[in-house]
Write a protein that binds this ligand. Sequence first.
Ligand SMILES: NC(=O)c1ccc[n+]([C@@H]2O[C@H](COP(=O)([O-])OP(=O)(O)OC[C@H]3O[C@@H](n4cnc5c(N)ncnc54)[C@H](O)[C@@H]3O)[C@@H](O)[C@H]2O)c1
Length: 383
Amino acid sequence: MTRRSIGIIVNGVTGRMGYRQHLVRSLLALREQGGLELGDGTRIWPEPILVGRDETRLRAVAERHGLTDWTTDLAAALARDDAEIYFDAQVTQQREKAIRQAIDAGKHIYTEKPLAESSAAAWELVRAADAAGIRTGVVQDKLFLPGLRKLKRLIDGGFFGRILSVRGEFGYWVFEGDWQPAQRPSWNYRAEDGGGIVMDMFPHWQYVLEELFAPVRAVTCVAATHVPQRVDEAGRPYPATADDAAYGIFELDGGIVAALNSSWATRVHRDELVEFHVDGTEGSAVAGLRRCRVQHRAVTPKPVWNPDLPATEDFRAQWTEVPDNEEFDNGFKVQWEAFLRHVVTGSPFTWDFLAGARGVQLAELGLRSAREGRRVEVPELSR
Ligand SMILES: NC(=O)c1ccc[n+]([C@@H]2O[C@H](COP(=O)([O-])OP(=O)(O)OC[C@H]3O[C@@H](n4cnc5c(N)ncnc54)[C@H](O)[C@@H]3O)[C@@H](O)[C@H]2O)c1
């Protein structure tokens, strides 16, 4: 067995995503399992190079995990020959500049979504990466959620017949930060700092809809800032200038209509924080983060509308749980494994900068729809 070490610059490693999902649950988890086996006797061994702004916090992260390679100097990290991959989990606003530097340094690049803050900037990154001949990837973690994997299995198996519609609910109450600390960083609620739920969630909806159902051809969106004032990490009140809820209708190829609500200002009365309800001519399914339940045409009951009587049926009990039938690993880690294989062996990897640019495009057009109060068509984005 030969070990193939690969230096990975992890920028933004003190953040929520950078630390938990990418460093701990992906890269360090890969090391704990002995590296990533390629099947030819080689094991890829990630060597994280931690990059951030705050020396004390970086050192603390490194020491907690027995790591020694960290720096606050991104340019110095990018100048290293043993650093083959640049990974970005910084706040969105800092991403474009750092990715440009990484392209100039000839690194392969993997990044959190959204790829950039505007379609034009995302497209420029696609072009620059293509010109530099580097390999790129953008996080599309929702595709690897057990609930959505089971939903995809149903689709591939023809369970639904013709798919008619998708209704999605994503959201939970994000505390304002006054009497209980907010559970998301405050930049998310400031437009001037790259926040907003449309820019945060529409990139996810774009790849979920396209990969599971069909490409999105038009979007109609109402965006709202329901909670106008919040309190930041330092206890200071600030005006919430970004949208904290988005009510979107997406028209897909084949006449499929997807209506997806995203909100940080709703209290959960659901089984999971995100749920997609899919209706088809032959059957329906409700898929969440982990679970997926179905109801086939043959066993669909016949409810009759009668507001004079209390509900007589237990509607939830009329659905059947889809079994796992396989082990589902952490989705971030699964995608990291695919990207590392892609970098080392050239194996196919479809979630590249162009895929990421499509997510930014949908977010931008969703915001335009909300601003102008109209339906907006989504042009095909291709090289
Ligand atoms: N894939 C997903 O499900 C998912 C979920 C949440 C967030 N994200 C994305 O991950 C990225 C990071 O989000 P997060 O929730 O981890 O944020 P966070 O605020 O917890 O972390 C941000 C990181 O960026 C660093 N940073 C660099 N420059 C900064 C600056 N000028 N101001 C503030 N921080 C700066 C911080 O030090 C920190 O390490 C965002 O782009 C976000 O869109 C993805």
